[in-house]
Design a protein around this ligand. Sequence first.
Ligand SMILES: Nc1ncnc2c1ncn2[C@@H]1O[C@H](COP(=O)(O)OP(=O)(O)OP(=O)(O)O)[C@@H](O)[C@H]1O
Length: 773
Amino acid sequence: MAGRQDELAREQGVVDGLYARLDELRRATRERLAEVRRSGPSGSPQNRSERDAFATLYEDRVAQLDAVEDRLAFGRLDLDDGGTRYVGRLGLADAEHRSLLTDWRAPAATPFYRATALHPAGVRRRRHLVTTGRAVTGLEDEVLDLDALQAADGADGTTGAGTLAASTLSGEGALLASLATRRTGRMTDIVATIQSEQDRIIRADLAGALVVQGGPGTGKTAVALHRAAYLLYAHRRVLERSGVLLVGPSRAFLRYIDQVLPSLGETGVVATTVGELLPGVRANEADTPAATEIKGRLLWRDVVRRAVRARERVPARDVRFRLEGYDLVVRRRDVREAIGRARRTHKPHNEARAAFARDMLTRLVDQYRAAADADLAPEDVAMVTEDLRSHRDVRVALNLAWFPITPEKLVADLFAKPHRLAEAAPELTAGERAALRRDPDEPWTEADVPLLDEAAELLGEDGSIARAEARARATERAAELEYARSVLESTGAGGGLVDAETLASRFESTGPRLTTAERAAEDRTWTYGHVVVDEAQELSPMAWRMLVRRVPTRSMTIVGDVAQTSSPAGARSWPDALDPVLGGSWRLEELTVSYRTPAEVADAAQRMAAAAALPVSPLTAARQVDGALELSRVTPSGPARPVLVQEVVDQVAALAADFVGADGAGRVAVVAAADQVRALREAVESVLPGALGAQEAARLLAQRPEDAQVSVLDPRAAKGLEFDAVVLVEPATVAQGTGGASDLYVAMTRPTQRLVVVHEQALPTGIVELAVA
Ligand SMILES: Nc1ncnc2c1ncn2[C@@H]1O[C@H](COP(=O)(O)OP(=O)(O)OP(=O)(O)O)[C@@H](O)[C@H]1O
């Protein structure tokens, strides 16, 4: 025991030194930041922008240094050459630039995750440091060098190579401890216990599209986030300028994961959903399943193109009008030729319109010249052109022939005006078109967004919108100038020292300069250096098109599970989803160990999924938890309070007493078919005071949905999330919903400790293991 205490004390000394260095760096960076801020808002614009840049740099560094407080150092490698290397959340060096701590992402840290007894990679011993706050509370050693093992001093917690070779998990104690901790509403990072199959994916090449398929709880989300952090570290110069985009299935999911990247010292990632990917559009509504499926089809490429073309149209007849006493005609033939020419510019519709209008006005000026039978001086040509441009009949005729239009109007018209959709989408049946019918002012749905993006791509900038914005900017600037003049007058300043123009530029909004991430998020045409997609199986073919457009290099990390697809437009096979947009150029990796779900639960879910013919990946659970699966069948009863509901609330009360902690950790969820959620939520809320006491119930009921320790949700809302214990209500009903057996598979695989299945109806095949005769 003394040996262990000595070792702990020795490591505590090292860790104390690392924290001391961290504190020193924090102090120094804060001082520099304060100094920059003190330098005040004076100087030339150049000076100011330099000052802002330094301020941003120091602010980022302070945030980064603050974020690594928890588990700053978690590993130590003892090397064959006698040296030691500490691994932690960031790199630290002393004042003489000697390395104290190696960033987990640095090549020198790789053996911490990958070395095995078979391939020790120059490592004799790997040590996991367990810390609580700044205190070292435990050590776990793995000796990788067999010879060294014989001579090992037998320090407590040492596992032999034999055990390690037999095990596929590295740092098993630290890993299992971390998997067994109570859950909060926020995902945490896994840097201290990344497993080698995960590490290979995290550090894979930046180039190309990498698809990570894996069953529930295999760490796909964790791996995707750590990969983003790794890529930002390893390719900082490229990615800092172009940015990284992270696409998740919902705002709730993004909130669940939003602490992970900051805790890894990375904040510059744009995280969004497909529904919010277009600047200015927030589409959180859902379509009907039928409309979702139809809108996801790739045929919208052609439909949107035809809809745009329909706004470039030769009129039914010539349009006659009079200008200054002359009879002129907007001729169909001219319009046809001008449309042809404008199309040959290959510019987007709204941009090519200028060429069309110019061409038509030239033809009309020619007509005017012939009618007037006179040569026109250049200034006359300009005047006549202007008169023609502003002539009402000409304007109407040219607009009808080539209509400037926004993406929103184009798409809204398709769904609100049956003749437009019929014309643009002959591939759809009348029934399918009817399923899309919608009033023009209804809110956008998530499935609309890829169509809007497609339209924006083909329509391009609407010059009139850009002009209106320029006008607004000019007006604003004039107001600033005016204000500056009045300031100068009232203060009597001036005297050649400062002019109104300079002063006005100081009044201009001097908010923090936009970061790459902020600029990228505001720009529809921004192209990213890397795109990470989570729950990628939910994306429709049109959504894939939209994403791929944002990453011309095709550098992507795509993680998901085609057995968990619930969207009717989602993917059941990666080749089906990706080949149309990426050709064959993507590679597949698989994760096979479930870190979340106890073995008994994972096995039941796998059997059910296989029986339902879902495309399941192999899955081995990392953990065994006694009594993890409980089945509770109730007999149908009258309506007063159905026995089923009573059983659910009783189970929730018992599980809450077991798992929910007053410190905010520990979560219990009821997962049920969407149409049962409301009633069950009311029932659960009504029993909490009786079961847990008024005070505790009030605390729980006041929690925000994302932090709720007791919640009732449907499988879609639960997707990607996890809870200590789950009460699954009536699996047969869940499996009959629109997400089918996939939704049930998702629901069954949410708990980390216990799954209680409450049901009246027979259980879907597979949940109960058939006894072998
Ligand atoms: N190496 C690891 N060390 C510690 N915890 C891990 C490790 N890998 C995964 N986990 C934990 O396992 C749980 C499941 O991980 P994650 O949510 O990333 O899985 P997933 O494959 O995305 O699941 P789903 O398919 O259900 O969305 C998380 O709590 C995660 O922190």
